[in-house]
Design a protein around this ligand. Structure first.
Ligand code: FES
Length: 131
């Protein structure tokens, strides 16, 4: 079996939603202390929906593929759903990652929650009630 799925290779070679949103509503940056990789997420949010998302990842191929897939999974989605996104869901959508590369997908989950936190800090009224 190939180490990486076709989907990982595709998102690594042609990452979706790469870039910066200058007037983003939420920005999150996270890093993995062990490998030194860094991921930055930008969210545009209107009426509780993620209308646009972009990322910059300085990291390994799996981190790039994970961030690309994660942006596709949350674009157009309500915040309640975006909050639920787990690194497992990202890895599954990529048809799997090798075990020792799962932490790369964790970076995507963390970058999105950090961007969401940034948004909620600025718009506390938008935070969905915990349920
Ligand atoms: Fe660091 Fe993949 S090796 S995020």
């Amino acid at each position: 079996m190939a180490l990486y799925s076709e989907k990982v290779m595709d998102h690594f070679r042609n990452p979706r939603n790469v870039g910066v949103i200058e007037d983003a509503d939420g920005v999150g940056e996270v890093g993995n202390a062990k490998c030194g990789d860094i991921m930055k997420m930008y969210l545009k949010i209107e009426n509780g929906i993620v209308t646009d998302v972009k990322f910059e990842t300085f990291g390994c191929g799996s981190a790039i593929a994970s961030s690309s897939m994660a942006t596709e999974l949350i674009k157009g989605k309500p915040l309640e759903e975006v909050e639920q996104l787990t690194n497992k869901a990202v890895a599954e959508a990529l048809d799997g990652l090798p075990d020792y590369k799962m932490h790369c997908s964790v970076l995507a989950e963390e970058a999105i929650s950090s961007a969401l936190e940034d948004y909620y800090r600025k718009h506390p009224e938008a935070r969905p009630p915990k349920g």
